[in-house]
Every structure is written in structure tokens, then in C-alpha cells.
Design a protein around this ligand. Structure first.
Ligand code: ATP
Ligand code: MG
Length: 740
């Protein structure tokens, strides 16, 4: 258990009793310490696996940790909870939800669902979407929840008119969620905290169960998660200076947290390194261990990382070193444009594979924003380089996938109003907006749920007979599916939904090639359900839906199967905690990375720099830094200067393959014409022909109306009004748009 650990790591593994904080730089073996500590607890301290709760940042990380522990201790590891904050809280809430007035089959609203619900609230409050954008309200409510501020407190604290409006919207939103028997992502944490605080006996129960709590990537926990941990492990007695007991003490579980303040990259979600500082205040007997040796990267890569992060003020200097030797220098490349940049990456991967036996699976390409993956995808497809995009247009965000899931969620919980309204007229069954509005009116008049209003549709005023019949048929369909569904495995039920609703038949009859890929996606979802059943033979529909709503981006990382594997494309945020022999940091341009938003904001700029540090420290042997002299953004060329982070790397560490100062002008005059932009057919999608007035749907922005169309061929731009999403100008050839 202690083999392959240095003295400090060993100390952390065997430390006994008081809370333990391990703060150390990237690649210093923090995650390794956690894994070994768990194995040690089981083997040497005779801890039962059921007494262990280990929190990781992604489900993927959880799985990896479980596998490693499996290898060390065998199948006993099954009783252990190794999971994300959300999964752990969800499990607790499923058991205890009734105490908070929720059904145990409560629905989970993801970001899109909760934004839709907030939009409904704002409409009902008759707020002007330009002055009170629902999206911004959603984000601010999320901030409240991360700070454990409930709507009553928000209302009390509100001063300005805007704050009061926001607090009222928060209240209305929350009441609607409760009515729908649903929780959003932030509620999952906040409600667990509330549960522990309102019901000390419940907190006590879990504290007695989890005698050991371990948390990875601690720097990215937000305040709510911090308090959750505190409630879960118990805390020492707290007294005022006069000796009055402010808070009685509790029998503490053992706590071990590991993190790196330099890798804190989720401030925008409320994460705060305040948690590390508070840790020492809240647990005065805490022990802190520092790790200084990096085992991941070569000295050149580490030197580059250290040079960049040292520019951040207000950080504790660290002394991270490596004994892996210098290794090759970093490679720098300035491309003429983004296509040339992607081509360089593809050719370089080929070269490394021919000359050095590097496998595709050992290579990762990082970028700052999701949208950047598209060009790499196009070039990799053209050059036949196998790749996988992690994140991006996610499977679970496709319309048809969300439709089928909405059906399943309705069957599990008919009170789920967002899902119910999503499928009310999908596939089309003659229940129009007018009928829907009447049902809604009935529901608020009679103070009954939307589902009950549907069942009592004959009491709705002014319903056309045709609509009424359509509603009756819909209600009969849902009731029949609910009756049939009891005891049916989720995959069979999903298939039943597709057949009974006519969804499958409609797609099969269609001539549109896109409908074929929709069918594939639906089949894929049915097989996700079958896989779930294989892994959980007793698994219920509710559990399946729960698992689906928790899939984090990082879960799509392919497991290298001993073969060549595939190149991984992902954003810098998703890369946290991972390592790859070869890393390409792309689009290193001021305005892209650091992000344009952060340029005038010292605090945000520091967060971007930490993100750069995360990116650089993922690389084990080779690191490439690339940028483009010209890049098209939203259809217009942009000329960004080199990223300041590149100039912060000492010059002698980089081997430039091009002139590092290359500009758009020198690129245009010194080289052949730039690579041709992508064809007008991207990702298998045919570009629609649009005229003003057409209704369209966009993968991210939803429904909209075309306002104007300008330009020709690949340069065609469309302006679209997305209602509460605002007006957007998009490049037609690239925009994920569909004409309705
Ligand atoms: P990050 O900050 O990026 O999350 P980390 O501190 O969690 O990094 P690990 O991922 O645990 O670091 O370790 C980095 C690499 O170093 C891994 O490949 C790990 O197996 C290896 N490693 C860690 N400690 C040792 C050691 N004592 N001897 C050999 N290899 C080690
Ligand atoms: Mg780690």
C-alpha cells in the first residue's frame, strides 16, 4: 500500500485522526495519495468499505479511482461511495426526499430545463426580456444557491428594484420547481445541506455511516459544498471569546481533502479558495502536508508552467520540481488561420506516430471554448485521424434524445411540468399553443398541477372539441404507458414509448436524412438503457434517469483499449486532473485565451492564467503551443495578438517552427493562399436555404425567426431573433440550424 510513494505521500496515507489538508502543485500525486489512502484504510486500519465516501470531480474520475481500488482490495470496494458531489447528494436525497416534501421519484432539471422554467416565470411576471434576461436570472439564482441563500433571505436582502424583481422571480421559480416535484442541479447540493441542518438525526446517521470522507480537487468546491462537507463530518465545539458555546461539537469523521489553489478554475460557478483558508479556521487541529515533487512532466514543461503561474499575484509560491530530465523543448507554431492550425496538429500527430511510435490515444488537443472543436473535427475527418470530442454538442442535448427522456421523466413523475409541456404536442397531435394556454389557465384557476388540469381538460374554458379530444387521447396514452411501465425495464419502456407515440414511425417514414441520424440517436439511448440494466439488474426507471442526468462531460473520454486509441479533443476545463504524453494547446491568442471577457479584469485574468497552468501541466512529454494569425469568429476575420501566456514562457524553452511574430499581413504575403474554408455542409448537416420570416431551430439557442439574410455562399450571414435568447447573427454554413 505504501510502495511507490515518497515520504510526504506516505505520511498523508497513514495520517490518523485529525482533518488532513494536502495542498500541492499539479502532478504531485494528490489523487494517487487519495487512492492509496483508501486502500490503506481498508487493509491496515480495517475500515469497512461502506464507511468510506470519496468525492471526485467527474464520474470518469470516480470510475478510475474505483478501478484502482478494485485492483488493490477486490470486489469489497463495491460498498464504497466513490462519486461526485451531485451523485452522492442525489443518493441521499432519494432516501430522504419525503422529509423535505418531495416525492422520492423527484425529477432533476438540467441547465436547459431550469432556464426554460425561469423563462416561464419571467413571462408570467410579464418582465421585459431585454431588461430582465431570463438567462441572467437563472445564473444569479444559481449563484444564490451556491452561497446557500434561499429566496426568503434573497427577498429580505434585496435593495434595488432589480434585486427585488430577481428575488421575486427566484421565489416563483422555486415554488414552480416544488410543484413539479423537481430539483435543479444546485438544489441537489443545497437541499442536502438543508436536510442535514433541519434534521440533525439524519446528519448524524450519515456521519456514523461515513467515518472517512475524502475530497479530490478541493479548490473547486463552492461554499454550499464546503458546508455540506462540514455538516457531514461534524465539527468541533465553537465558543466565543467569553467561552459561550456557539455551536456544540460533534463526533467527527476523518476528513482528508486534496487540492491546488493554482488550479482553481471554477470561480464562475462559485468555487472559492476561501474554502482552503476557512478549512484551517474551522478545523483548528487540521494537519497540512505539502507535496513538492512532480511525477508527471519533464522539467521543460514544468518550468513553463511555473513561469506562467508565477505571474499571478496573491499566491503562495511553490517549489515544484521534477527529476524526469529536461525532455524536448516546447514546440511553437503560428498558423495562417485556424484551418492551417488544425492541419499542423494533424500532420504532427502523424509524424510523431511514424517517427516515435506515439499512439493517437496518447494525444490531446485543448481549446478554450467548445465551438473551437469544429475545425479540428473537419480536418481530422479529412485526414482520417481518429478522434473523439469530449463535451461539445452533447448527445443528451439533442432534441430527440431530450424528447424521449422527457417522456420517461413524465412516466416516472407526471407532475414534472417542464417535461410534460415539452412532449404535449410531440409528435404533433393537434394540441396547439392555444389549447396549452387554456390548460395552463385551468391549472392556475383551480390550483391544480398541469397534469391534473390535462385530466380535467373538459373544465377548461373555450377549448375546441378537436383540441379536447386530442388532450383526452394524450392523457389516455400517458396513463396507459404508466400502467404498462410498472415493472418494465427502462429500455423496454423507452421502446414502448417510441412505438406507442408514433415517434419512431414518423422518423422512419421521413425522407429527410437528418431523421435517420435522429433514429440512430434514439436507438443509442435505448442501448444506454440496456447497458444500465446489465450493470444494475434491479435498476428502476428513476435510477436510470438519475444516472443520465448526472453524466458529466468527461464521461465521454474513450477508454484506451490497448490499441492505437483516438485523439482526444476537449476544452481546458474538462482536462482537469487528466494527463497525456502529448498535448496541443491551441488558439493561444489574446482575446481567445485569455478570453476576451477577462482582458480588463485582473481577477478574471488570474483565473485564465490558472487555466493555462492546468493546460500546460497536463502534458507529460511533449507540449505544443499554437495560434492562428487570422481566425474567423462569428463569420468575420479577427486578428488576435499572441496570447500573453505564451510570452510569459521563457523564450529558450520554446522551439519555434514558424516566425513567432507572424502576423496576418506577413502570412498573406509570404505564403500561398490560406487553406480553403470548410465546405458548406458541416457535420453531415445540409445547409438550409432561408428567407426572412422562416422559423428555425438552433441546437443551442432554440426556436427563432429569421430576420435577415446577407452575403453569398460561405459568407452568408443570417440574423435570427431567438425571442428571449435575443437576436444573433450567425454564419449560415456553420450554424447548427434547421428550418422548420
Ligand atoms: P493534478 O493536480 O493534475 O490533479 P495530482 O497531484 O492529482 O495532479 P496524480 O495524478 O496523482 O497527481 O499523479 C500524477 C502522476 O504521477 C501520475 O501518473 C501518478 O501515477 C504519478 N505519481 C504520483 N506519485 C508518484 C510516485 N511517488 N512515484 C511514481 N509516480 C508517481
Ligand atoms: Mg489529481
Amino acid at each position: 500500500m505504501l510502495d511507490g510513494l515518497n515520504p510526504q505521500q506516505r505520511e498523508a496515507v497513514i495520517h490518523h485522526g485529525s482533518p488532513l489538508l494536502i495542498v500541492a502543485g499539479a502532478g504531485s500525486g494528490k489523487t494517487r495519495v487519495l487512492t492509496h489512502r483508501i486502500a490503506y484504510l481498508l487493509a491496515e486500519r480495517k475500515v469497512h468499505p461502506g464507511e468510506i465516501l470519496a468525492i471526485t470531480f467527474t464520474n470518469k474520475a470516480a470510475r478510475e479511482m474505483k478501478e484502482r481500488i478494485d485492483k488493490l482490495v477486490g470486489p469489497r470496494s463495491k460498498a464504497m461511495w466513490v462519486m461526485t458531489f451531485h451523485s452522492a447528494c442525489m443518493r441521499i436525497l432519494r432516501r430522504e426526499a419525503k422529509r423535505l416534501g418531495f416525492p422520492s421519484s423527484f425529477s432533476i432539471y438540467d441547465q436547459a430545463d431550469s432556464q426554460r422554467l425561469m423563462a416561464m416565470v419571467c413571462r408570467e411576471m410579464e418582465l421585459d426580456p431585454k431588461r430582465y434576461p431570463p438567462r441572467s436570472f437563472s445564473a444569479q439564482v444559481s449563484n444564490f444557491k451556491n452561497e446557500l441563500i434561499d429566496y426568503e433571505t434573497a427577498i429580505d436582502r434585496a435593495g434595488s428594484h432589480l434585486e427585488k424583481t430577481l428575488a421575486q422571480a427566484y421565489k416563483a421559480y422555486q415554488l414552480k420547481l416544488t410543484e413539479a416535484g423537481a430539483m435543479d442541479f444546485d438544489d441537489i447540493i443545497m437541499n442536502t445541506v438543508t436536510l442535514f441542518q433541519l434534521f440533525p438525526e439524519v446528519a448524524e446517521h450519515y456521519r456514523m455511516r461515513f467515518r472517512h470522507v475524502l475530497v479530490d480537487e478541493y479548490q473547486d468546491t463552492n461554499h454550499a459544498q464546503y458546508i455540506l462537507i462540514r455538516e457531514l463530518v461534524g465539527h468541533p465545539e465553537l465558543r466565543t471569546a467569553d467561552g459561550d458555546v456557539v455551536r456544540p461539537g460533534a463526533d467527527q469523521s476523518e476528513l482528508c481533502v486534496v487540492g491546488d489553489a493554482d488550479q482553481s478554475i471554477y470561480a464562475f460557478r462559485g468555487a472559492t479558495i476561501r474554502n482552503i483558508l476557512e478549512f484551517e479556521r474551522d478545523y483548528p487541529d487540521a494537519r497540512t502536508i505539502l507535496l513538492e515533487q512532480n511525477y508527471r512532466s519533464t522539467q521543460n514543461i514544468l518550468a513553463a508552467a511555473n513561469a506562467v503561474i508565477s505571474r499571478n499575484e496573491s499566491r503562495k509560491p511553490k517549489n515544484l520540481w521534477s527529476d524526469q530530465g529536461d525532455g524536448p523543448k516546447l514546440v511553437g507554431y503560428v498558423a495562417d488561420n485556424e484551418h492551417d492550425e488544425a492541419m499542423f496538429v494533424a500532420q504532427e500527430v502523424d509524424r510523431l506516430s511514424d517517427e516515435e511510435g506515439v499512439k493517437a490515444g496518447e494525444v490531446a488537443v485543448f481549446y478554450r471554448t467548445n465551438a473551437a472543436s469544429r475545425v479540428f473535427e473537419e480536418i481530422f475527418i479529412r485526414t482520417g485521424l481518429p478522434y473523439k470530442v469530449v463535451g461539445g454538442v452533447r448527445f443528451y442535448e439533442r432534441k430527440e434524445v431530450k424528447d424521449l427522456l422527457a417522456y420517461l421523466r413524465v412516466l416516472a413523475n407526471p407532475a414534472d411540468v417542464v417535461s410534460m409541456r415539452r412532449i404535449l404536442n410531440v409528435p404533433k397531435r393537434g394540441i396547439g399553443d392555444r389549447a396549452e394556454a387554456m390548460i395552463e389557465a385551468l391549472s392556475s384557476r383551480e390550483r391544480i398541477s398541469f397534469w391534473d388540469a390535462l385530466r380535467r381538460a373538459d373544465e377548461a374554458y373555450g377549448m375546441a372539441t378537436r383540441s379536447l379530444n386530442a388532450v383526452r387521447e394524450f392523457v389516455a396514452l400517458i396513463e396507459e404507458l404508466i400502467a404498462k411501465g410498472a415493472g418494465m425495464p427502462p429500455s423496454a419502456l423507452a421502446e414502448e414509448v417510441l412505438v406507442a407515440t408514433g415517434y419512431r414511425a414518423e422518423l422512419e417514414a421521413s425522407e429527410d436524412p437528418q431523421d435517420e441520424s435522429r433514429l440512430e440517436n434514439l436507438n443509442e439511448l435505448v442501448s444506454v438503457a440496456s447497458e444500465f440494466e446489465e450493470a444494475n439488474p434491479e435498476g428502476t426507471l428513476v435510477e436510470f434517469l438519475e444516472q443520465v442526468s448526472l453524466v458529466a462531460d468527461a464521461d465521454q473520454i474513450p477508454d484506451t483499449d490497448g490499441g492505437q486509441g483516438v485523439v482526444t479533443l476537449m476544452t481546458l476545463h474538462t482536462a482537469k486532473g487528466l494527463e497525456f504524453p502529448v498535448v496541443f494547446l491551441t488558439a493561444m491568442e489574446d482575446g481567445v485565451f485569455p478570453h476576451i471577457r477577462s482582458l480588463g479584469e485582473p481577477k478574471e485574468l488570474e483565473e485564465e492564467r490558472r487555466l493555462a497552468y492546468v493546460g500546460i501541466t497536463r502534458a507529460q512529454k511533449r507540449l505544443y503551443i499554437t495560434r492562428a494569425a487570422v481566425r474567423s469568429s462569428w463569420g468575420a476575420p479577427s486578428f488576435n495578438p499572441a496570447s500573453r501566456f505564451v510570452s510569459e514562457v521563457p523564450g529558450q524553452l520554446i522551439d519555434w517552427r514558424t516566425d513567432p511574430e507572424k502576423s496576418a499581413w506577413s502570412a498573406a504575403t509570404s505564403r500561398a493562399p490560406a487553406a480553403r474554408p470548410a465546405p458548406a455542409k458541416s457535420g453531415g448537416r445540409t445547409v438550409p436555404t432561408l428567407t426572412p420570416g422562416d422559423r428555425v431551430t438552433h441546437d443551442a439557442f432554440g426556436l427563432g425567426t429569421v430576420v435577415s439574410v446577407d452575403g453569398v455562399a460561405e459568407k452568408t450571414k443570417v440574423k435570427i431573433d431567438f425571442g428571449s435568447g435575443g437576436e444573433k447573427t450567425l454564419l449560415l454554413a456553420y450554424a447548427p440550424l434547421e428550418k422548420l
